[in-house]
Write a protein that binds this ligand. Structure first.
Ligand SMILES: [Zn+2]
Length: 125
């Protein structure tokens, strides 16, 4: 994923302040902002998987006798998870898709809703 430009970062700042500007934030930035508001461990806690939000933990997606699930944060500050037994891996959205049995597009919508960044009354524009 590319870095945000200075102008885009300013937009992200603004959109948190007012509904009017929130409208202008594009999809990608809404997802980035949602990841800041609801990082993977917090999201997992919300979904009842607090016990799995560790570097080594039992996988929440399969019957796991030897802990094969990992949650970690990359050098760039993004959170990831992986089941070493093969359930899957990814970010917050992949986790939600897996957890709730959703397509990726639905999971993105769900994630933005949980983070409070899925729209927003049209009359407010
Ligand atoms: Zn697994």
């Amino acid at each position: 994923m590319r870095e945000c430009s200075a102008a885009e970062k300013r937009n992200v700042q603004q959109m948190v302040c007012g509904t009017r500007t929130i409208k202008m934030m594009d999809y990608r930035h809404r997802i980035e902002e949602s990841k800041k508001r609801l990082p993977l461990p917090k999201l997992m806690k919300l979904q009842g998987d607090a016990d799995a939000a560790f570097k080594i933990a039992p996988c929440p997606f399969h019957d796991d006798e030897n802990p094969s699930f990992s949650v970690w944060r990359s050098g760039r500050g993004q959170w990831f998870w992986k089941c070493h037994a093969g359930c899957g891996q990814g970010d917050e959205i992949d986790y939600l898709a897996m957890k709730l049995g959703m397509e990726k597009g639905e999971a993105i919508k769900e994630f933005l809703q949980l983070a409070g960044l899925w729209w927003i009354n049209k009359t407010e524009v």
